[in-house]
Design a protein around this ligand. Structure first.
Ligand SMILES: Nc1ncnc2c1ncn2[C@@H]1O[C@H](COP(=O)(O)OP(=O)(O)O)[C@@H](O)[C@H]1O
Ligand SMILES: [Mg+2]
Length: 269
């Protein structure tokens, strides 16, 4: 895995692999393809058929407990599917087998798409998500799906932890040679000493019995690995009681007019 600051315009930053390494990479890829297929296929049946029962599509079920149980089966299946997808994503990224395709993209519209998915949930808790983009941002070298996944994970966390009635700020700006996307909330934050641990897979901020988020602690490690695979990086800043600031940095596309000043960037932590 390259250092996040290594400039490299290619999607797979590793040098050309020796034949034996190529063979090993190919075996890793095919194992991951097989594992994800074999895990997802039965889960899709579980989710799909539980949904049919929960919605009583073939006619009413007498005892309502059957329906409630079917709903639980469907929800548990969906949680497991999310976990499987995350574990496969981590494994692919750690094996350098993520197959990202980096192209110059207008980042703002991708960020808007990622944010839109959370607007309903945020509105329900009177949380506003504000997007602030500096004018004339250059395109960045990104994989569309990877960037949307990364931003979604950060916004999901911000929405989870933002107190009702507060605002989440998503800021896009150029900073030195980087195009930065910052997601900031005014939630409880975490002890800064915890931050390096949260970037490692399967780490959680709080003890399992008291924590608010249901995930397995894979969101931030995925964001970091995705950003690194796009030759960028992730920075976390927080203080207890002072909210959480996560900043993705990306490479402007070569030839893009990268303005070196920090116009529009509002550092907050
Ligand atoms: N915006 C935030 N505010 C406070 N704590 C956060 C925030 N984002 C992440 N965390 C802490 O980091 C932990 C791991 O987050 P994450 O990597 O996204 O994993 P998960 O898959 O559990 O959401 C969370 O359980 C929480 O303790
Ligand atoms: Mg998360």
């Amino acid at each position: 895995m390259p250092h996040p600051d290594d400039p490299n315009p290619h999607a797979r930053p590793d040098p050309p692999a020796a034949p034996r390494e190529q063979e090993r990479d190919e075996r890793t890829r095919s194992f991951l393809r097989m594992a994800s297929h074999e895990l997802r296929t039965p889960l899709n049946s579980i989710i799909g058929f539980a949904d049919i029962i929960a919605r009583e599509l073939y006619g009413p079920i007498n005892d309502p407990r059957y329906r409630e149980h079917a709903e639980l089966v469907r929800e548990s299946g969906m949680k497991m599917l999310k976990l499987v997808n995350q574990v496969v994503e981590i494994a692919r990224l750690q094996a350098g087998a993520a197959d990202l395709h980096l192209h110059p993209e207008a980042v703002l519209s991708l960020v808007e798409e990622a944010v839109a998915a959370f607007e309903y949930e945020a509105e329900g808790r009177n949380v506003a998500i504000r997007i602030d983009a500096a004018p004339d941002l250059p395109p960045a070298l990104v994989d569309q799906r990877a960037l949307k996944t990364a931003v979604s994970n950060l916004v999901q966390n911000a929405v989870t932890f933002a107190p009702d009635g507060t605002e989440i700020a998503v800021t896009l700006a150029l900073r030195k040679d980087w195009l930065c996307i910052a997601v900031r909330d005014h939630g409880p934050g975490v002890d800064p000493a915890e931050l390096p641990r949260l970037m490692r897979p399967f780490e959680q901020g709080e003890a399992p019995l008291i924590r608010r988020s249901e995930g397995a602690g894979l969101g931030l490690p995925i964001v970091r690995l995705l950003c690194q695979a796009m030759n960028g990086g992730l920075r976390l800043q927080s203080e207890p009681g002072a909210g959480f600031l996560a900043t993705i940095r990306l490479r402007p596309a070569p030839g893009a007019d990268a303005d070196p000043d920090t116009r529009g960037f509002a550092p907050t932590a």
